[in-house]
Design a protein around this ligand. Sequence first.
Ligand code: ATP
Length: 921
Amino acid sequence: MACIRNENKPSAGEGDELEIVEWHTLNEKELASFVRSPINHGLSEAEAEKRLKAIGPNTLKQEKKTSSLSVFTNQFKDFMVIVLLVATIISALLGEFIDAITILIIVLLNGILGFVQERKAEKSLDALKELSAPQMYVKRDGVWKLIPSRLVVPGDIVKLASGDRVGADIRIIEASGLKIEESSLTGESVPVDKKAQLINEQDVEIAEMTNMAFMGTLITQGSAVGVVVATGMKTEMGKIAHLLQSTETLMTPLQLKLEQLGKILIIVALFLTALVVLIGVWQGHEVYTMILSGVSLAVAAIPEGLPAIVTVVLALGVQRMIKQKAIVRKLPAVETLGCASIICSDKTGTLTQNKMTVTDLWSGGNYWNVDGGGYEPKGKFMHEGRIVDVNKEQQLQQLVSYGMLCNNATIMKRERRVGMMRKKVDDYVLNGDPTEGALIVTAQKAGYSHKGLQVPYQRLKEFPFDSTRKMMSVIVKDQNGRRYVITKGAPDVIFEQCTKVIYGSQEEAFTSKRKREAENVIVQMAQKALRTIAIAYRPLGKNEKCDVDQQAECGLTLVGIQGMIDPPRPEVERAIKECHQAGIKTVMITGDHQETAIAIAKKLGIYKGHSRSLIGRELSHLSVSELEANVEDIAVYARVSPEHKLKIVRALQARGHIVAMTGDGVNDAPAIKAANIGISMGITGTDVAKEASSLILSDDNFATIKAAIKEGRNIYENIRKFIRYMLASNVGEILVMLFAMMLGMPLPLVAIQILWINLVTDGLPAMALGMDQAEGDVMKRPPRKPNEGVFARGLTWKILSRGFMIGVVTLAAFWLTLQNDPADLIKAQTVAFVTLVMAQLIHVFDCRSEYSVYHRNPFENKYLLVAVAISVLLMLIVIYYPPLQTIFHTVSLSAREWLLIIGSASIPTVVLGGFRLMKGS
Ligand code: ATP
């Protein structure tokens, strides 16, 4: 870090040049004056906007993008297009101006279409990046707000929590159990302890600045509040940003395969067109005409745009997924989604609503219920059906007030106007963890308020909750100066640390009898699907040291247990059923109690008669191979730590499963990464989990996973559909020319007609197929095998047979028209042109189904109807509008010729499809 203290430069935020200060040496007052920011209140929105304008967004410079011009010119760099352009120039020199200009226009239009497609794909991919862009909590105008990191400015007061990727360079002013992993800056992968204390030494290394958090580093534990001192390229990360720029490949396996396949198809198409040219010349056709037709045919038949269209279809599908609240971070995941055979889902918030309400309470032999719903602090406490006066229930008071003290959530009241009546309703919003929110509401129902408790109990320290420890503690000091540890967490974990219990009005030893009694209460609550939290405490000795969690969380006295409902999300049961029909098993992995987990899993249809459940402790003792032997029957994993998830993924993968795994915490990242589809939570997920994942659920909802899998399957099917359509069309185009030359016939199509078909008939409907709706049974088929090729399930046969039929019927229509009037070659060519176009446009409806054209409603896909209508309309203009007739070598057609055309064009799809349907094949 540069360490020049320059008094002449403007202070932070005023200009482009930020003052370079030894931030770590400043006390809070100096810091506030340097960044000109009131620490208690934060910047005002207006001031933040001014600074953002002056300094620019908080982003690292991106690599330069390919300019629009080069994307456009790239469209014409294809070898065959260059050959065609050369041939066009030759035809212009030979005096064929109309042909030359038309070909040029068509090639230009083709280029524009390619350009638009490529830009669209790029834009949607950029939009995706934007959606998963990092956010930060900042204090503006005295209120904490979550804003995109790029809008953060120097002087902003920010909040950091475990799992966050630090979004700017920050001087820490408050820290609690904070550990930061700074390997991206210092190379040191062991997390460093960070504190708010100032460092008096100057010229210290980055690694020694323990009161600073740097952009790009990772909070592995604890929480902090700090002041932003540098953003964007001015950060330490910005200074080395050029070293880090790497381009991530966005190609999916299918795209890569298609690129290779494209090369083979080019060779085949070139070989066949060369054959057409040679045979044509041998049969006595003019060399120049044959070369122009051959080159046009090659341009039309070579599916050079296939990978680009795949990208567009993937991008469009991904857009649809976003509408359904699934954000794809890594494009290959779209394909893998279609192969998913098992979903391992978290419970809280994903399968359930994460809206907790305490209903049952227990303390030392007494059991209470409390009513009321949501976060409204209204409800009555009851004991054996009778309303009780909380003021007379000392144990109850202690249980609920400790639940409020060992807590970081806040509940705010907001007034909302409803409808025309302008009636005001009270709306309570939770800021923080719903489990803690439920405890706050219960204390409020008993008459406690945060402020009311903060005065007599001053918080000195916090050991934050983490899902491995499964508990959280605070140290508070009462008005008499006595310090207490208050701990809350998973009851089984808390019980392990309890030596005493409050029973009746006194404390007594937590004997095995008392423990069994408490455990029975847990089971009783858990069987009602309640999530349970135990609360315990310990008075601290006068000089007792309590720096780490292990020192605090031991020798505790159990105060009691609170049980809260978290109802299942209503849409999840159906989603699980649909997944089951689609051959996808759902497994619940939760940190919650086994009985609670099973009760919810039963309600949702995850846990059935033969199912088994396993708890984290049992899982720890199993080797991966032992787990592998049992893994198929296990429907619920309870009381697991994030570390266990990796073992589960490995065992499932060893059984050949394609695993989708959800997670939200820092420690979930390895499992998310190891899973075939790593899924993170948009609302509750940490940056680390999001970065490791390939899919983010912006609503944290299980049903969204199902929707994404359905869309993933559909996207893959749509890619197959348009590959099938494009290649069958190309086969038809090549064969009609090849067969005509082999049979010594005149040319059935002229070069311009071939290029026209390539532009209008092949392009538009293919794109519309890419946006097709899923076929009715897409979620009734088993998952796709990961090694299954794109041409599997008879696609090659379908392409060749339908392409062959399209070629044959076009040639037959051409030949019959020629027989009727041998002198009118242009008419026969027009019939061939229209038959080929119509046969393809009818065939496109066949491509929508795995089975036949009769299996789907042809009016479902509006884009396709529009694409087909445009193609037909343009074709009609080309054959009936006299000026275009000259250009496209066409004539007007009679009703008899139309009858022949429609009859022939229907054979490959409608007639033969009907036969196949009758035969049941
Ligand atoms: P899932 O893993 O399905 O999201 P979960 O929320 O139950 O479920 P964890 O967050 O790991 O998983 O919580 C495990 C246990 O820790 C809970 O069952 C609860 O008893 C306890 N717990 C949860 N949140 C807190 C908290 N904020 N403070 C103290 N204890 C908590």
